[in-house]
Design a protein around this ligand. Structure first.
Ligand code: HAM
Length: 511
């Protein structure tokens, strides 16, 4: 029987080798191109001339600018943030949804807005092979609204609460906290115009950052409805008209196209002018004013601390009424202990957070341009895309920025479920048996580390030590024939031989 099997295997490997040889003949390695014909004198070819070898520059693969790998050592941060977000979203009654990364370009033009930076300058857009104009999603909200309309969610009990996570794409100038591919955790509430819904989404933000352990400031404003904005727009134009020359070139254009965007400008000259600009709260109509007051009352009731920011406008076209942003609060070291003397911190000194014993005096600061999340109401968007008026609101959090903040604020996160057991094997038979043994242990709920590719027991024990497991199981030739296994206590080095039958029971006692 075994002889037959061996013959069959030999035949198969022979065949395989033949095929491999053929394949090798067909595929010439690309790096080296051999030109067999050499051109000499006008259009004459010399057949037996030595071939010229053209060596191409070696291709070194690398990721695109602003698009980052998430390496295994980052995994614990991602798991931590996503797990907390998902648990909390479920507690608040949000249901998970996933949509494609590619959508019709026009969806974003009609929702995010043609004059927004995101659509005008940052969208990854192209014509696909079927001549369709498509775009990689730069944000989730338009896709959520599209899915709500396309799947007739109007007919379900309202509001619909959706939760999603995934990558988004914006062709920005990459810098810290600003990537071309980044990830958001996104929540939408469709089908409610009640101020309490605004307050509930903002309360979610407060709780989420509390759970993560990040200190934040919640900034809030109201943009009113289109009627309020008409009034405010003319007040803004009147105010900035006489100061036009002091505005940056971009804001001079914004003054004509979209004066509200001036309020978002980060240029020092513009920022000075913005301080004294008229505030939108003074232009809110009765209904919008009443809505805003009720949102704030609900927030007070829920003990959510917030800051009114009269110049918060957000950069997307669909917003109406409530808008908000979440900014991290960092503590900045203002004085440092040097040789047990207290000295004022100099400009640029010790940018990194200091250990608690050295950090003598601290003050809270809110770094600009670093929103961890933002959102607001968009009461007209569903109606504009479907003809069915549906008030809605939502929020999105930037995952990379949250992780950066966790690291900056030195927040300890719970450890991964690290293995407490290592399975070491010695010899061909034990190595093969280990495959099945690992499976049995996994099914019993044990996470077991191993390195089946290593033959040396010493190397395997070193690895077990490095991982920091409590127990190493050793399976060798002797144990295979005795149907036993060795339990090695990694802290004492003591070894015990246990019947394989009793292994699970013993493990439960010791782990
Ligand atoms: P957004 O303010 O454009 O809003 O983005 C939300 C968050 O995503 C930002 O606060 C930031 O943390 C993160 N983010 C944005 N751009 C980048 C980037 N280039 N690199 C890294 N992180 C980034 C929205 O996207 C809206 N759709 C939010 C919303 C949902 N409004 C209503 N519903």
């Amino acid at each position: 029987m075994n002889k037959k099997k061996n013959k069959k295997i030999k035949k198969m490997t022979k065949k395989k080798n033949k095929n491999n040889k053929k394949k090798h003949l067909i595929k010439r390695p690309k790096k080296i191109q051999v030109r067999r014909e050499n051109k000499i004198n006008n259009n004459q070819f010399q057949d037996n001339a030595a071939p010229v070898i053209v060596q191409h520059k070696k291709y070194l693969p690398k990721s695109l600018r602003g698009m980052e790998d998430i390496l295994p050592e980052e995994g614990k941060y991602w798991d931590f943030v996503l797990q907390k977000a998902q648990d909390l979203a479920e507690d608040y009654g949000f249901k998970k949804i996933e949509t494609p990364v590619l959508e019709e370009r026009v969806l974003f033009e009609k929702s995010t807005g043609m004059t927004t930076e995101v659509v005008e300058k940052q969208m990854y857009q192209f014509t696909d092979r079927g001549q369709n104009q498509v775009a990689l999603r730069p944000e989730f909200t338009p896709s959520m609204v599209r899915a709500y309309i396309e799947h007739g969610m109007f007919s379900l009990s309202q509001p619909i609460k959706l939760f999603c996570f995934g990558p988004l794409f914006r062709y920005e100038r990459p810098q810290s906290g600003r990537l071309r591919q980044f990830h958001q955790i996104n929540l939408e509430v469709l089908g409610s115009d009640k101020p309490v819904s605004d307050a509930q989404v903002i309360l979610f933000c407060k709780t989420f950052f509390e759970v993560l352990g990040i200190k934040v400031s919640i900034q809030i404003n109201s943009l009113g409805c289109s009627e309020c904005r008409k009034v405010y727009r003319s007040k803004l134009i009147n105010y900035f008209k006489s100061k036009r020359n002091r505005l940056c070139p971009d804001c001079q254009k914004r003054l004509i196209r979209n004066p509200l965007r001036i309020l978002d400008c980060k240029q020092e000259g513009c920022k000075d002018l913005i301080t004294d600009a008229p505030q939108i709260v003074d232009s809110l109509c009765e209904n919008c004013h009443s809505h805003f007051v009720k949102v704030l009352e609900c927030l007070d009731e829920a003990e959510v601390a917030y800051e009114l920011n009269p110049f918060l406008v957000r950069g997307l076209d669909y917003y109406t009424r409530t808008v908000f942003e979440i900014l991290p609060i960092r503590t900045e070291v203002v004085a440092i202990k040097k040789d047990s003397k207290l000295e004022e911190k100099k400009e640029g000194e010790n940018k990194e957070p200091l250990p608690a014993d050295k950090q003598v005096e601290v003050a809270p600061v809110i770094p600009s341009m670093s929103a961890l999340g933002g959102g607001g109401r968009y009461d007209n968007l569903v109606g504009e895309l479907s003809g069915r008026e549906t008030p809605a609101l939502g929020v999105a959090f930037g995952v990379e920025r949250i992780i950066e903040e966790l690291k900056y604020q030195n927040i300890r996160i719970s450890k991964e479920r690290a293995p407490k057991i290592f399975l070491a094997q010695l010899g061909e038979l034990a190595m093969r048996r280990s495959l099945k043994l690992l499976e049995d242990l996994r099914k019993e709920g044990f996470r077991v580390a191993e390195n089946l590719a290593k033959d040396s027991l010493r190397a395997q024990l070193e690895m077990a030590n490095k991982i920091g497991v409590k127990l190493t199981l050793i399976l060798g030739q002797q144990e295979m024939s005795d149907k036993t296994i060795i339990f090695r206590d990694m802290s004492s080095g003591n070894q015990e031989t246990i019947d394989q039958e009793k292994m699970i029971k013993e493990l439960r006692k010791r782990i």
